[in-house]
Ligand binder design. Structure first.
Ligand code: PBG
Length: 313
């Protein structure tokens, strides 16, 4: 809702003659709180209901956290704009400890992200990772009630909701490489002109942030190459300086014991190419073997879920 309101306010400032209304919706991703997303169908759960509303003409655009948007949109939909990225880093949140390194052995860390789980398990094998779902208030409430010693959240969500003081430490990309698209918002529309001839994409173009859009294109290329199953800890993070893009990526097993890392840099004019190049680097460290191991492990644990799952960042 914060994100929708942000887009509404920006459109109202750009087009004072237009009225922009928010149609609040709850998605399956918001409702399913007892299971990790990877087990119930992944990212698509946050966008499907909004696409139905657009297809039925009840809404013209949908505002998403880009991290939750599947790599391939259904036929007839497109991303019209990617907004300037908020802080893309993961945040360490705790009432009693200042950093992951300070946590005592056996301390319980909350996260339902396989990527965060894998990174923590690799560096801090003495910690215990427990699932954590729900909206931000729910997650913080569980921390405050002592169910966890610490939790890991996207800094962007805490900042947007006015809770930056809850961030005890920001995890640097070197330690916790962000998920593809983390911290960026995207606006999805029905492809093509509206029936009344309005070109929504052109109207939304001023909201597009070029450097962010190029960076997330590279990141999402990596997700596309290795994606398809939510059972995979996957990170992809691009930064832009001038017209040079630097792209880092990682795939790993959930236990963090096997991982592949890569980094490339090049012109920001070829984000897909950079995504392919870094994927080749990962493959030279047996990334596909790692993914296969993840798939087999997931299928053994829960065959039905593994069959229809997609990426949960
Ligand atoms: N998967 C849920 C989700 N999708 C986007 C964000 C945070 C905001 C963002 O990354 O833009 C979160 C929560 C989290 O990761 O803590």
């Amino acid at each position: 809702m914060w994100q929708a309101e942000h887009v509404r306010a920006r459109l109202a400032a750009l087009y004072p003659q237009c009225s922009v209304e928010i149609l609040g919706m709850t998605t399956r991703g918001d409702q399913i709180l007892d299971r990790t997303l990877s087990k119930v169908g992944g990212k698509g759960l946050f966008v499907k209901e909004l696409e139905v509303a657009m297809a039925e003409g009840r809404a013209d655009l949908a505002v998403h956290s880009l991290k939750d948007v599947p790599m391939e949109l259904p036929e007839g939909f497109e991303l019209a704009a990617v907004l300037e990225r908020e802080d893309p880093r993961d945040a360490f949140v705790s009432n009693d400890y200042a950093s992951l390194a300070e946590l005592p052995p056996g301390a319980i860390v909350g996260t339902s992200s396989l990527r965060r789980q894998s990174l923590i398990a690799a560096r801090y094998p003495q910690l215990v990772i427990k699932p954590l779902r729900g909206n931000l208030d729910t997650r913080l409430g569980k921390l405050d009630r002592g169910e966890y010693a610490a939790i890991i959240l996207a800094a962007a969500g805490l900042i947007r909701l006015g809770l930056p003081e809850r961030i005890r430490a920001l995890l640097e990309p070197e330690d916790s490489l962000p998920a593809a698209g983390q911290g960026a918002m995207a606006i999805e529309i029905v492809r093509g002109e509206r029936s009344d001839g309005v070109d929504l994409k052109a109207l939304l173009a001023p909201l597009n942030h070029d450097a962010t859009a190029r960076a997330v294109t590279a990141e999402r290329k990596v997700s596309k190459i290795f994606g398809g199953s939510c059972q995979i800890p996957l990170a992809a993070f691009a930064t832009v300086e001038g017209t040079t893009m630097r792209l880092r990526a990682m795939v790993a097993t959930p236990d963090g014991l096997r991982s592949a890392h890569g980094e490339v840099a090049g012109s920001w004019d070829y984000p897909d190419f950079l995504g392919e190049q870094v994927s080749i680097l990962l493959d030279s460290q047996d990334a596909h073997g790692i993914l296969e191991a993840c798939r087999q492990e997931a299928a053994a644990a829960d065959p039905a879920a593994a069959a229809n799952a997609s990426q949960d960042a």
